[in-house]
Design a protein around this ligand. Structure first.
Ligand code: PLP
Length: 284
């Protein structure tokens, strides 16, 4: 069975060379990014734009919400109207051959419904869904009703879901270990689930364990646990994976590649303010 993420069309855009006015230009594949703004530039749409660009694709940003936050924590979430989010997505989809979609903060159940309706009108797009519920500093970013819409409407449209330990417990409560919860989310319709362990400082000792659940055997990834707390690491990883899928990587390869890029950017993180470290999302 072909997975949505295999995306045969993406190769068409990824390395196309066309004559420009004075030089030959490479056309990067486009990732439609649906996410919220973090004015510190550490997480949210700024993280997505940097990671997608550095991973080789062109980001088309659709804003779902404005937040008030710094590198310590968030204090306010002001959602856009669901109609405005849908209209932004439709404008891009009508104009640009989108090769993958990355979804981050949705904030409200109504926005999630609107996003699901747009995706249902454009079937076959690879979708990477980072189910953002709380900020790195712990502040709540989404209403509780969002969880039900993610499970019922978005999971069936999702190629790759990237929950951290907190999120997978919220999405699949009371269902045993991580593998059991990931399988429940696959039954809800996600083709692949990348269960991330970065927020489980007590598990894995000095390693971060991430596990990819898909149609085959689960695949375990081990990364050295870096010192410090990070702002935007989840956004960065999901965006890097979406960019690599857009560039034509099969999902498992995109997940491996996205993690390697993210680990590198985390290893070079900097502290722009008084709070968490921000990954240095640069190519090369
Ligand atoms: N999206 C927005 C707009 C945010 O403000 C945040 C966290 O503050 C996130 C997503 C999730 O960030 P992280 O990648 O640290 O989980």
């Amino acid at each position: 069975m072909a997975h949505r993420g295999d995306n045969p069309n993406s190769r068409e855009f990824s390395h196309a060379v066309v004559p420009g006015p004075s030089h030959m230009s490479v056309i990067p594949p486009t990732v439609l990014v649906v996410a919220g703004n973090d004015p510190s530039g550490g997480a949210g749409i700024a993280a997505d734009l940097q990671a997608i660009t550095a991973a080789g694709a062109h980001p088309a940003p659709v804003i779902t919400a404005l937040t008030v936050q710094d590198t310590v924590n968030a204090s306010t979430v002001e959602p856009a109207s669901p109609e405005l989010v849908a209209a932004q997505m439709e404008a891009v989809l009508a104009d640009i051959p989108v090769a993958a979609v990355k979804i981050g903060l949705l904030a409200t159940a109504a926005i999630a419904e609107a996003v699901a309706a747009v995706l249902a009108r454009h079937p076959g797009l690879p979708v990477v869904l980072d189910p953002v519920l709380v900020a790195a500093g712990g502040a709540r970013l989404a209403e509780d009703a969002l969880v039900g819409v993610v499970l019922e409407r978005l999971c069936p449209l999702t190629t790759l879901l990237t929950p951290n330990a907190h999120e997978i417990r919220r999405l699949a409560p009371g269902r045993g270990d991580t593998a059991t919860r990931a399988e429940a989310l696959r039954r809800a319709g996600c083709s692949f689930v990348l269960a991330k362990g970065g927020d489980e400082a007590d598990a894995g000792g000095n390693e971060v364990l991430n596990a990819l659940y898909g149609p085959g055997e689960p695949r375990l990834f081990r990364w050295p646990r870096l010192a410090g707390s990070f702002h935007g690491s989840g956004c960065t990883l999901a965006s890097a994976c979406a960019a690599r899928i857009a560039c034509g990587d099969p999902v498992e390869q995109a997940v491996a590649h996205g993690q390697a890029l993210t680990q590198h950017w985390l290893a070079h993180a900097f502290r722009p303010g008084r709070g968490q470290l921000v990954p240095l999302r640069r190519s090369g």
